[in-house]
Design a protein around this ligand. Structure first.
Ligand code: APR
Length: 308
């Protein structure tokens, strides 16, 4: 198995590390900056005997070595600075992503593409249009991250392992995301029985602001440990045909009453990519929030189409 990771910055390099160290696949890391991907790939390869894995990790600036990739993860682009929204990255990252996907479609036409570059739902839309792939083979990583943040915050609140927290965050990867508090559980117990509504609303809001909280602390970049963990879980589920259920940004064509828009909903990920879109019965307020989130993504796509 082979995974190409485009962008050898914080998210890309950490993703390469996680994929290699979990022995999921060999990794080709590519970046526009001369020496960056080659150097990080070499450093990771030199760690292999210590960590104890046999994944082959290489890097470069060229796209030809990506030939034959089963999955391509795109993390290239600029990250947020304090005070910026993900949408502020649209013009720069939209152009970067278009160019990259053209190359990927040329050298690895059969690869499944997972987008990480923000604004996530829009870059995923661009990736599908430029590649011409079916919607099963282009998706965005956001829900896995947003859900992990929600689970982590619930675990912190209850003083329990976040592993035992089950929860779901739907919608676009932005301020309009929809954490589903009503269906979250810990060890099978509904969290609505364990956390009072006001406190739960604060946790929901912290989840929405989770990315900005990290940007505010780091000041010169955005989160990368949790994003790389999210995308690695998606890659593993696809390449190992695990059939895991997790939210991902996928192109809806009527599901949830949403047309032709990428938005985060639960899916089953297997060797075919997005193998099934799961339609959860949502409370009315949740469905309204999901529609508002989708409308925001649609507006940003329209802005991109006017710009390009
Ligand atoms: N082709 C290849 N690599 C590129 C290109 C390009 N056209 N343009 C930029 N890059 C590379 C940069 O050289 C840099 O190494 O993308 C990398 C981005 O790394 P960081 O600046 O460290 O950003 P990172 O934190 O990894 O975030 C990347 O993921 O989570 C999102 O919002 C985040 O959009 C951002 C992306």
């Amino acid at each position: 198995m082979k995974v190409t990771v485009v962008g050898a910055g914080h998210v890309g390099a950490t993703t390469a590390q996680r994929i290699a160290e979990r022995s999921i696949a060999d990794v080709y890391l590519v970046d526009i900056v001369e020496g960056l991907a080659t150097g990080k790939a070499l450093d990771l390869a030199e760690a292999a005997p210590l960590v104890g894995h046999s994944s082959v990790i290489t890097g470069g600036t060229e796209y030809d070595p990506a030939e034959g990739s089963d999955v391509v993860v795109v993390t290239a682009g600029v990250a947020r600075k304090p005070g910026m929204s993900r949408d502020d990255l649209l013009t720069t990252n939209g152009r970067i992503v278009s160019g990259i996907i053209e190359e990927i479609a040329r050298v690895a036409p059969n690869a499944i593409i997972i987008m990480v570059t923000n604004p996530l739902d829009v870059t995923t839309h661009i990736a599908m249009e430029v590649s011409g792939h079916s919607r099963e083979r282009v998706m965005g990583m956001a829900g896995a991250l947003d859900t992990a943040r929600f689970r982590a915050f619930i675990g912190m609140e209850l003083g329990c392992s976040p592993v035992d927290v089950q929860a779901m965050v739907l919608g676009g990867h932005g301020d309009s995301m929809v954490p589903l508090a009503s269906s979250a559980t810990v060890g099978g117990v509904p969290i609505t029985q364990l956390i009072d509504p006001e406190r739960l609303e604060e946790i929901v809001q912290r989840t929405r602001d989770g990315g900005a909280e990290i940007v505010g602390l780091l000041k010169t970049g955005s989160a990368f440990y949790a994003p790389s963990a999210g995308v690695t879980d998606m890659v593993a589920s696809i390449l190992r045909d695990e059939g895991r259920i997790m939210p991902a940004s996928v192109f809806l064509q009527g599901e949830y009453g949403i047309e032709d828009t990428f938005v985060g909903v639960p899916v089953r990920l297997g060797r075919g990519g997005v193998e099934h879109i799961i339609e959860v019965k949502l409370a009315e307020a949740e469905l309204t929030a999901l529609h508002a989130s989708a409308a925001h993504v649609r507006e940003t796509v329209d802005t991109w189409e006017r710009l390009s």
